[in-house]
Design a protein around this ligand. Structure first.
Ligand SMILES: [Cu+2]
Length: 379
């Protein structure tokens, strides 16, 4: 953890800094710290700006890809201590990488009564999770950029021809059907040796699926199986999210995390690793589900977008800014009644589980992206 991220209290101001006209900055300080003799450039940290994948330069994209590959070359960290230990996910593999450790944290918290999906922690935990990933890229692999996001609303109208999968962006596209949909192009394809360790070492897979529903009732909720799934993450849907649900955190979370909502839909439409689908040759006992979804680097781009939508909603009304509620127990047995979990209830002081890998912070630390633990905004 950086010095700055340890510091609890920050203020933000607009600073006239020479040619960096009105740079936005956060002012971290510890209670009781004497700031009198600190040089000006040690008093503030520059606010990071997260930008869309297609709006950053080729070299910025390349830096992000290289930093991810760097994490996959760092060794497993013995500090990883699963707290849930579900018996239906693979055990910790000590020959895996630090990138896999980060994936494992998501695995541990997402089987059997997920702690961070369908509970009040969905939005703050994933905000904190991708922030820690961004920090790991910087601190362990010298990454100087910011976490990019994927504005999937741009690709929703014609997903099968989504420009984000164009060759120039190097993310690769849909996988090869004859080979279990393994990636054959882009920076994370087979020849790149980018091989996730969980549930067992394999090549990344994507299997674009516009109509993923096989039933008209899922978890007791009637859905429209004929709805083209790309309709659920359109610009109109995001507008509905960011301009609606005033002061209604539960309503906002339920809509974005719902079965036919933007979050699930992007996982479903990309399919393969991003959906947590077991590889065809997986060992017996492999359970598909939202566990190893961060295997696919698209996860970080997707969840940065989810975070942006939340950020934009928070900034749309003072009633939304610090709104937070939800239960701590996932209730798939009665998702209509408990879309964000049941009691014990959470509040801003709730601690977010970290499996020893990252610092354990509270929701209030991440409720504002420009204050508390964080110092970033979205373009
Ligand atoms: Cu997740």
């Amino acid at each position: 953890m950086t010095l700055w991220s340890k510091l609890k209290f920050k203020r933000r101001r607009a600073l006239p800094l020479g040619h960096l006209h009105l740079l936005r900055a956060c002012f971290p300080y510890e209670l009781g710290l004497d700031l009198t003799h600190r040089p000006l450039d040690k008093l503030y940290i520059e606010m990071l700006v997260r930008r869309e994948w297609r709006k950053i330069s080729r070299s910025e994209r390349r830096d992000w890809i290289d930093a991810i590959k760097c994490l996959t070359k760092l060794p497993h960290s013995p500090v990883l201590t699963p707290i849930v230990n579900p018996d239906d996910i693979a055990p910790v593999n000590i020959t895996s990488s630090y990138y896999d450790d980060i994936v494992y944290l998501h695995m541990d918290l997402n089987r059997k009564e997920s702690r961070v999906h369908g509970t009040g922690l969905f939005l703050p935990w994933h905000r904190w999770y991708i922030h820690n990933f961004e920090s790991a890229l910087k601190e362990k692999c010298g990454f100087n950029g910011t976490l990019p996001y994927w504005d999937w609303t741009r690709d929703a109208p014609d997903f099968l021809h989504a420009t984000i999968f164009d060759e120039e962006y190097e993310l690769g596209g849909c996988g090869e059907p004859s080979r279990d949909f393994e990636l054959v192009d882009g920076a994370f394809s087979g020849p790149s040796l980018f091989r996730p360790s969980y549930p067992f070492p394999h090549t990344l897979r994507r299997n674009f699926t516009l109509f993923p529903y096989t039933a008209s009732v899922i978890l007791g909720v009637p859905i429209d199986p004929h709805l083209p799934i790309n309709n659920t993450f359109s610009a109109a849907e995001v507008r509905k999210l960011t301009t609606g649900f005033q002061g209604d955190y539960k309503g906002f979370q339920t809509y974005i995390e719902g079965i036919q909502g933007a979050h699930a839909s992007v996982h479903l439409i990309v399919n393969g690793d991003l959906l947590g689908a077991c590889p065809r040759t997986a060992p017996p006992g492999c359970m598909s589900g939202p566990t190893f979804t961060p295997n696919d680097p698209l996860f970080w781009l997707h969840h940065a977008m989810i975070d942006k939508v939340w950020h934009d909603w928070q900034h749309n009304s003072i009633a939304n800014t610090r709104a937070f509620e939800g239960g701590s127990v996932q209730r798939l047995d009665n998702i209509t009644m408990w879309p964000t979990g049941s009691a014990p209830w959470m509040d801003l002081q709730t601690v977010m589980p970290a499996d020893g890998l990252f610092s354990e912070n509270t929701v209030v630390d991440v409720i504002d992206t420009e204050d508390g633990l964080l110092c970033y905004t979205y373009e």
